[in-house]
Design a protein around this ligand. Structure first.
Ligand SMILES: *Cc1c(COP(=O)(O)O)cnc(C)c1O
Length: 483
């Protein structure tokens, strides 16, 4: 089994010997992964020796990469031999070798990308070009938007929700229970009153519940966190319905703020062949954010936030020290990240992005169907590449395929690097393991996941009959919310 040492033990030993002071034997991190223990001592080491440690580190990542199924947020780009099927939606398929010379520079975009910075080694021209691209994607004029390249989706949420709070200091934050954990953390950080809204089985915000909550809190403005692809189920909240509900509940446009969290799917949605809800600043939204290391596949965590300029003016302060305007969450900001994003967008082109999105969606549907054919309950939202299914009973299997789990369910986010062959071997291994898990003691049975994915998508003893009637059921998302 891959869980034991990789086949490079001799190298490990030699490294440990050569550098016994800072590299103690590889230990098991408790989740089936090996962790290198590196201790920094006072000695100076040669370049060759340090290079050896890095080489060893790269080799230690390889076995994991071959089964990285989740990848939406852990990018490993050291070379092209990494292939993963995993629960974390990162794109493992990119080559940034042309940018290697930039690693010799400290590039810092501290401050407002549109106001420049006193730090001359910056890449704000790349940053603004990336921001313009996203502004155009989401239909907002250059002179009406502001934005910046962040450290990731979380910072984008920190920024967007701050704009909402500055606009409405006594506003209530509404977020569905399927929202990313960062949203609830941010509510605590900003000491905002936050109301958790129920979700539908698909993972979408339950507009019926939202309406009731809005009506019960009419006296306070509403700040709404809208999910463009939830983390666990990949659900896209119905933006038009949410806007309609706000109107019906008596919230005029000057009494609500909508922030869109599109970490993974926000960049995929506009390129879907099959349409899907349209996210645009032509609708009354305040801000949108995406992560750059998820779908786009940047090798370092980063993201983009775009907001209406008029909200920014209320927030920002001029700062003499950096000769810029202070409207960002962090001070110093990566000058490399905008170049990675720019390079990535330029290299893929619109057609490239479209093809990648279609590929992910097609392969996700393939996985969902393969699981269904094998009698394993699974759910896939219509506009999503996240396949949800029963949590495998063995932690070792979960860790081996880097699956992300929550309660009784696990998910695979089918990213660009995930091939049909990987999916086939994943399903074959899951089917094989289930037959062992379920036979071994005769006690363990397929988990009931009807509460999480609906009875039609559940293959437990009780619900299996439903599945047999509708083996490839995408019907859930077609049920219109009746509010
Ligand atoms: C991943 C994710 C985030 C957080 O993004 P980071 O880039 O990891 O900070 C926020 N929201 C959603 C829906 C996500 O999937």
């Amino acid at each position: 089994m891959e869980n034991s040492r990789p086949n490079d033990t001799p190298l490990v030993t030699s490294i440990i010997h050569a550098a016994s002071s800072e590299l103690s034997p590889i230990s098991n991190g408790g989740n089936g992964r090996q962790i290198m223990k590196l201790v920094i001592n006072g000695d100076s080491h040669t370049q060759a020796h340090l290079g050896q440690v890095i080489t060893h580190y790269l080799a230690s990542l390889q076995p994991h990469r071959q089964r990285f199924l989740v990848a939406n947020c852990i990018a490993l780009h050291a070379s092209t031999w990494f292939i993963y099927v995993s629960g974390y939606p990162t794109n493992e398929e990119f080559n940034y070798e042309a940018l290697a010379p930039l690693l010799h520079l400290h590039l810092n975009n501290a401050g407002d990308p549109f106001h420049g910075s006193s730090f001359t080694l910056n890449s704000t021209s790349f940053e603004v070009s990336v921001l313009d691209w996203f502004a155009n994607l989401w239909d907002i004029e250059k002179n009406e938007y502001w934005g910046y390249v962040t450290t990731g989706g979380t910072e984008g949420n920190l920024h967007g929700l701050l704009l909402g709070r500055e606009q409405f200091p006594d506003g209530i934050l509404y977020a569905s229970q399927d929202s990313h954990y960062s949203v609830f953390k941010i509510a605590r950080m900003y000491r905002m009153q936050c109301i958790k809204v129920a979700s539908l089985i698909s993972g979408e915000i339950d507009c019926h519940d939202l309406k009731a909550l809005l009506l019960a809190n009419k006296h306070k403005p509403a700040i709404i966190n809208l999910n463009i692809g939830t983390t666990m189920k990949g659900a896209v909240d119905d933006i038009d319905l949410v806007i309609k509900i706000l109107d019906k509940a008596g919230f005029s446009r000057d009494r609500f703020y909508i922030h869109c969290d599109g970490a993974l799917f926000g960049i995929m949605l506009p390129f879907l062949k099959s349409g899907g809800p349209k996210i645009t600043f032509k609708k009354p939204i305040g801000s949108i954010t995406i992560s750059g290391h998820k779908f786009l596949g940047c090798p370092i965590p980063c993201g983009v936030v775009i907001a209406r300029l008029n909200y920014i003016n209320a927030l920002s302060r001029d700062i003499g020290y950096i000769a810029s305007r202070d409207a960002t969450i962090t001070g110093s900001r990566s000058g490399h990240a905008p170049i990675f994003l720019w390079y990535n967008l330029q290299k893929k082109g619109i057609m490239g992005i479209k093809n990648e999105v279609e590929n992910c969606i097609r392969n996700a549907r393939y996985l969902k169907d393969q699981l269904g054919d094998a009698g394993i309950g699974a759910m896939l939202n219509e506009f999503s590449n996240t396949v949800v299914f029963e949590k495998p009973l063995d932690d070792e299997f979960v860790s081996r395929w880097s699956l992300a789990c929550n309660g009784n369910i696990a998910h695979v986010v089918v990213m660009q690097h995930v091939t049909i062959q990987m999916l086939d071997s994943f399903v074959a291994e899951l089917v094989h393991n289930r037959s062992i898990w379920f036979q071994e003691d005769g006690i363990r049975k397929s988990l009931c996941i009807a509460d999480e994915v609906g009875a039609v998508n559940c293959s437990c003893a009780l619900h299996k009959a439903n599945m047999d009637i509708q083996p490839n059921n995408y019907a859930l998302q077609q049920i219109k919310q009746n509010v």
